[in-house]
Design a binder for this molecule. Structure first.
Ligand SMILES: CC(C)(COP(=O)(O)OP(=O)(O)OC[C@H]1O[C@@H](n2cnc3c(N)ncnc32)[C@H](O)[C@@H]1OP(=O)(O)O)[C@@H](O)C(=O)NCCC(=O)NCCS
Length: 175
């Protein structure tokens, strides 16, 4: 059972664990320790304001963190949209955790009532992240020049979920 918990002061280690070469190959590579710490502080601050939320993903009864999902304000084509991002630590990948956690995040964004659209901008070469968008029912709008993290230019796919559409259906349960 996957759940998401608000990012807090104690979650720096999760960010450090996600800062590995194989986790950041489509994101400009690992960040230096100071940048990871600054990112952690940004996540904590985001949860104290009104312009986004970061969460850690929990996928077992012991409460251990296996990844993160979050959303934040992004100005895009003249509107404020919710940009979303995600990561799942290597040992836990390939089990549907990213999609399950993102379904929960989409419910949070929808309930917030602040946005008409959610966008994701995965690197065109990030097959797993593009598959996550497709699985969640996002529509692919095309390729765009993007920057992630700040200062790192990438070629991205612009994926959009219109929140006026019906909520995403629950995952199918194997019989
Ligand atoms: C992207 C990421 C979060 C996916 O996490 P995950 O929990 O393994 O994803 P899921 O198990 O929910 O799988 C979702 C889809 O991705 C596909 N997928 C997973 N890994 C894949 C890979 N290496 N190549 C191609 N497709 C892949 C799955 O098959 C599934 O698609 P399907 O349902 O159509 O079969 C994970 O690979 C990751 O953290 N990567 C590094 C960080 C990153 O790139 N973050 C995103 C920045 S935009």
């Amino acid at each position: 059972m996957v759940r998401i918990e608000p990012w807090g002061e104690g979650d720096l280690e999760l960010l450090r664990a996600g800062n590995a070469a194989e986790m950041t190959q489509h994101l400009g590579g690992p960040e230096i320790a100071e940048k990871v710490l600054a990112r952690h502080h940004r996540y904590v601050a985001l949860n104290e304001g009104d312009t986004g939320r970061m969460f850690r993903i929990v996928a077992s009864a012991d409460g251990a963190s296996v990844g993160s999902v979050g959303y934040w304000d992004h100005e895009w084509n003249g509107a404020t949209v919710a940009e979303v991002g995600w990561m799942v630590l290597r040992p836990f990948q390939g089990r549907g955790i990213a999609v399950a956690a993102m379904r929960l995040l989409i419910d949070v964004v929808r309930a917030k009532g602040r946005y008409k659209r959610i966008h994701a901008f995965p690197n065109v070469e990030n097959a797993a992240s593009n598959a996550v968008c497709r699985r969640l029912g996002f529509t692919q709008l095309g390729e765009v020049d993007f920057e992630y993290p700040q200062g790192n230019p990438i070629r991205s796919r612009d994926w959009c979920l219109d929140l006026a559409q019906a909520p995403t259906p629950p995952p199918l349960i194997d019989s």
